[in-house]
Design a binder for this molecule. Structure first.
Ligand code: NAD
Length: 253
């Protein structure tokens, strides 16, 4: 059912939140647009500007690695300046009172952790871009180090231990999904009574399977997104409005 207007949607959502014992949010890039981080698919989104670099290309080509790091470092002022928005803060408030056990996110921006979620309670399906890892030995690196290497050598950084490429700790297209996060997300989706899909176009699989899974396991499904998604017809409530406006009333003090 699509909410008639924003006010009705917020009221209906409020009732569903009050009635639920366990709420699991599932977030996408749309929750972070008000924080200044562009999403992928909106006009002006990252995809309209840059073709994503698949994992095998990153591994095989120095040029691809250089381009990937050039893009990431160019975005650093945006990621570094971003602060949690109203959506993040509303979810953090519900986490604090024990309604939300953990958040499943496709986002890589660390804003759920910044809003007050313990790192263990942020299930990152697509990794995290605020640090980097060696693709060979998994050693982690901070971005200050990566930037220094890149600036000094003019090429993408390599591991100090094993000389393999260093990549942001994100999951690229063609890279296998993180098993632990997939397991945790499955567990969460199967054991909640309210599932909130927030700011995702729901076209990136397997992540987009979690709202369906939660619905099939008996949870009520709410979709908050300013444009239609392919799963609107299975949702109990669709709020087709701005996320900050919709979740702002739940931020509390
Ligand atoms: P997407 O770009 O495919 O979809 C975002 C959706 O949010 C769109 O449908 C858009 O209309 C909607 N939206 C944007 N701003 C909104 C707002 N203020 N209110 C309501 N709706 C809004 O993003 P996705 O589904 O998360 O998939 C893209 C992939 O890109 C993700 O897997 C993620 O890894 C990556 N990504 C992450 C970030 C981030 O971490 N912030 C940013 C860009 C891309």
């Amino acid at each position: 059912m699509i909410a008639m207007d924003l006010r009705t949607g917020v009221e209906q959502l409020g009732d569903m939140i009050a009635a639920a014992a366990t709420i699991v949010p599932f977030t996408g890039a749309g929750i972070s647009t008000e924080c200044g981080i562009p999403d992928f698919r909106s006009p002006g989104g990252l995809w309209t500007r840059n073709r994503p670099i698949p994992y095998d290309e990153f591994v095989a080509s120095q040029d691809a690695r250089d381009e990937s790091w050039r893009r990431r470092l160019a975005m650093e002022p945006v990621f570094a300046a971003a602060k949690p928005g109203r959506g993040h803060r509303a979810l953090a408030a519900l986490y604090k009172v024990g309604k939300i056990p953990a958040v499943i996110t496709q986002n890589i921006d660390n804003l759920h952790q910044d809003s007050g979620f313990a790192a263990d309670h942020v299930v990152e399906l697509h990794g995290n871009t605020t640090y980097a890892r060696c693709i060979g030995c998994d050693r982690s690196y901070d971005l200050v180090w990566a930037k220094k290497q890149f600036d000094e050598s003019g090429v993408a950084p390599s591991c100090l231990e094993c000389d393999q490429p260093v990549k942001t700790a994100t999951i690229s297209f063609g890279q296998s999904m993180p098993e632990g996060a997939m397991r945790q997300a499955t567990e969460l989706a199967q054991h909640c009574d309210l599932f909130l899909a927030i700011g995702s176009s729901l076209v990136v699989w397997p992540a987009a399977g979690f709202p369906v899974m939660a619905r099939n396991c008996g949870a009520k499904l709410v979709i908050i997104n300013n444009e239609p998604t392919e799963q609107d017809d299975i949702a109990d409530l669709v709020i087709r409005h701005d996320i900050g406006e919709t979740l702002g009333p739940f931020v509390g003090n």
